[in-house]
Ligand binder design. Structure first.
Ligand code: SF4
Length: 391
């Protein structure tokens, strides 16, 4: 046996996932649900009755769960890491609906009958099928599933996730491959969803091995929340698959230091031990992480875990999420404050995704003008986009 495999085995034996699972099984008769990531995925908590057995729900939360029109589901791993007695817990606020979701602002409607969070190839004027969300510069974003390990309440694609389960079919993927081969300018493929890492190892290997054969593709990035919301899914077998088709970057969404549990840190270390690079995306969320100290602590916990902070994203204008949206002006202020107190190495780019599918790195010079209700932002081509500010 090579020293690499001995090291990996020792690493796995010391896994906090294993010890957490083993300890828990002694106390919990429902062993299968806690220990097996696939069972956790299949047995998410979806009703107020079951949820009340884990946490003391506030009236705001109860009304949110009853009245929200968007799917609700949370797994037992996350429930274990929520503060059962405080609705201000930063993990709880991201996954338990509140009455704030019922509010629908005029700017959250793009046009009659369609909210801006419905991803479809037609809405971006793209073909083929529903699997390509966006083609921007040299990057194509492919949707591979609409399933997630739990549903984030601020989700930009909340009309798409958690509905009737859909995973990309061979036929749909065949059309995507054809598109990639026909577009030589595409160099980066982003696997997105939903959460691509809920797919089986076999399905992921199938997707990656085919993308890997396309000459013009230099980089694959997988957007995922899995390492911090279902770290049990990061298994040695999954890491082996991912490491076979390098360069595959794992772009993990982490919004608060509380998400960097021992198990999550272990999962990230396991990926790194297989040579899989990690970058982070953070969604800037009002009353969750929009304070300079909270962000600074999060960014340092990321670099300490060898995760390079990549993006800080302004939430998209999506129905029922206004309570999560800080203003761009406050986002710019936060970036300025961060620059004055932590190393630039740990500071991500502040990004706005526009309704037209453009990604803008927001810096003071990209703001063309401001009114009380909106900010006009210039993209790299000089095109101006309006971002309505939520008061
Ligand atoms: S994991 Fe991503 S796609 Fe899934 S609900 Fe959360 S933000 Fe949306």
């Amino acid at each position: 046996m090579s020293s690499k495999s001995t090291e990996t085995e020792d690493f796995i034996k010391a896994s906090p996932l294993r010890s957490a699972q083993e300890t828990h099984t002694k106390e919990n008769t429902n062993q299968k649900i806690y220990t097996d990531w696939y069972s956790q995925l299949r047995h998410k908590i979806t009703t107020i009755q079951k949820l009340s057995k884990f946490i003391n729900l506030s009236t705001e939360e109860q009304r949110g769960i009853i009245h929200s029109k968007f799917p609700f589901a949370v797994n037992t791993y996350l429930l274990e890491h929520m503060d059962v007695n405080s609705e201000h817990c930063p993990i709880r606020k991201q996954f338990i609906p509140t009455i704030g979701e019922i509010k629908k602002l005029p700017e959250e409607l793009l046009e009659e009958g369609r909210t801006c969070d419905v991803p479809s190839s037609t809405s971006y004027g793209l073909k083929p099928g529903r699997s390509i969300l966006r083609h921007y510069l040299d990057t194509v974003i492919i949707l591979v599933t609409n399933n997630c390990a739990s549903y984030c309440r601020y989700c930009a694609v909340r009309n798409f996730v958690g509905q009737h389960e859909w995973n990309i079919t061979h036929g749909e993927f065949g059309l995507v491959l054809k598109y990639l081969k026909e577009h030589n300018e595409v160099r980066q493929v982003v696997l997105s969803g939903g959460d691509p890492l809920v797919l089986s190892d076999e399905k992921l290997e199938f997707l990656l091995s085919h993308i890997n054969k396309i000459k013009n593709i230099d980089l694959v990035r997988i957007e995922t929340r899995i390492p911090v919301i279902l770290p049990q899914r990061i298994t040695p077998k999954l890491c082996e698959v991912l490491s076979k088709y390098q360069p595959v970057f794992i772009d993990v969404t982490i919004n608060h230091t509380k998400e960097m549990t021992q198990a999550a840190t272990y999962a990230c270390n396991l990926l790194l031990s297989y040579g899989i690079p990690l970058v982070s995306t953070t969604i800037l969320l009002k009353n969750i992480n929009d304070k300079v100290q909270i962000l600074a602590d999060l960014l340092y916990s990321l670099v300490k875990s060898r995760i390079k902070p990549y993006r800080l994203i302004q939430p998209e204008i999506v129905e029922g999420t206004s309570h999560f949206r800080p203003t761009i002006v406050s986002g710019l202020r936060l970036i300025r404050q961060l620059r004055s107190c932590i190393t630039s190495f740990a500071i991500p780019e502040y990004i706005v995704n526009t309704r037209e599918g453009t990604e803008i790195i927001v810096a003071p010079e990209s703001v063309v003008s401001r009114t009380k209700n909106s900010v006009m932002l210039k993209d790299i081509f000089g095109h101006v986009h309006i971002y309505p500010e939520t008061k």
